[in-house]
Design a binder for this molecule. Structure first.
Ligand SMILES: O=C(O)c1ccccc1N[C@@H]1O[C@H](COP(=O)(O)O)[C@@H](O)[C@H]1O
Length: 249
């Protein structure tokens, strides 16, 4: 399975075109008013038409109710929903049943204890998105450009594909691919020149660096092929590696 790359928080035709032209597999539009990447329905409809058939279109929502989800689906016509709030496993299952779209559930990872929470979502979500937890006092639950200790994911074996996210950028993405061999990557702030302002050259650099690292041997082993010492969800984790003092880069 080749590395799937999502560029999130696209809000203009120019930057969406940069992502599509550089070979993004997924493009994300944010529907969360406090975010500098939030798009209104009219913009979403135009961007959706531009991306349709060229990449998977993902609608990012945060604890949206059914009426809001229906309106978003109507405007963007996404192929996937990204749930980036505090949606419970039951809520994820209900959204999938009601709207009939694949769902990617975002979960914050700060320590080993957070890996235990993933099991409850494996049976209801089509994908998991493993993100950093927001800094204390942050307005946004994601999109903060913050990394977490990627070593926590070493040997992780999930029944569902996951995307690694949180603070990725063109400079650190190759390290992430070499260390984790993730099935997917998701980036937002790291390909911006300012909050909410995507930079076409950074989008291209990110895709180039990630694909080069993948070509070096970063392809993900098939799911279920748990190597010795790997952590299966629900299994007792292997002893922690020494804590890192700084974010990986
Ligand atoms: O990007 C946003 O504005 C956003 C708002 C609310 C929830 C999630 C959001 N973004 C997602 O957060 C992760 C990590 O982003 P970053 O690369 O660290 O900036 C990513 O999945 C975005 O899709």
């Amino acid at each position: 399975m080749s590395l799937e790359i999502k560029i999130c928080g696209l809000s203009t035709a120019e930057t969406l075109e940069a992502a599509l032209g550089a070979g993004a597999d997924m493009v994300g539009m944010v529907f969360f008013a406090p975010s500098p990447r939030h798009v209104d329905f009219a913009t979403a409809a135009v961007l959706g038409a531009q991306a349709r058939g060229r990449a998977q279109i993902v609608a990012l929502t945060v604890d949206a109710d059914d009426a809001a989800l229906a309106a978003i689906l109507d405007a963007l016509r996404p192929g996937m929903l990204q749930l980036h709030g505090r949606e419970t496993p039951a809520r994820v299952a209900a959204i999938k049943a009601r709207f009939g779209l694949p769902v990617m559930k975002a979960l914050g990872i700060a320590g080993r204890e957070d890996l235990a929470a993933l099991a409850a979502y494996e049976s209801v979500a089509d994908r998991l998105l493993l993100d950093a937890k927001p800094p204390r006092g942050a307005v946004l639950p994601g999109g903060n450009g913050v990394t977490f200790d990627w070593n926590l994911l070493a040997g992780l074996d999930l029944a569902r594909p996951f995307m690694l996210s949180g603070g990725l950028d063109p400079e650190n993405v190759a390290n992430a691919v070499r260390l984790i061999h993730p099935p997917g990557l998701d980036v937002s702030s790291g390909v911006e020149r300012g909050p909410g302002i995507k930079d076409p050259s950074r989008i291209e650099a990110f895709l180039r660096a990630a694909r080069a690292a993948e070509a070096e041997g970063g392809a993900r082993r098939p799911s279920g092929d748990t190597p010795a010492g790997a952590t299966a969800i629900g299994a007792k984790p292997t002893p922690p590696s020494p804590a890192r003092e700084t974010s990986p880069s």
